[in-house]
Design a binder for this molecule. Structure first.
Ligand SMILES: [Zn+2]
Length: 87
């Protein structure tokens, strides 16, 4: 699950907070500066969330998948390529 960021008022300006209420950015004097930062961080977070740990379809080793299309660990992917090249 991707974290959700939002802009909130801080005593000394505006800042980005995550959904746990933790401040995750520096302070901005203007809300639009904080909002731009928030958008950037949210995009990065959404991208990162696509990468999840899943078991390899071939050897069952848990690995960090780059997306739904990525079902083989690096090792098995390489072995598969070698086989294809040999055959
Ligand atoms: Zn594997």
């Amino acid at each position: 699950m991707a974290r959700k960021y939002s802009v909130s008022r801080h005593a000394k300006g505006w800042a980005v907070y995550d959904d746990a209420g933790q401040r995750v950015s520096g302070l901005h004097s203007r809300i639009d500066g904080a909002q731009a930062m928030c958008d950037r961080m949210q995009r990065r977070e959404d991208k990162k969330a696509v990468r999840t740990i899943r078991p390899c379809m071939c050897c069952r080793t848990a690995f960090e998948s780059e997306g739904i299309h990525n079902r083989l660990c690096d090792r098995c992917r390489r072995v598969g390529l070698d086989l294809r090249m040999a055959g």
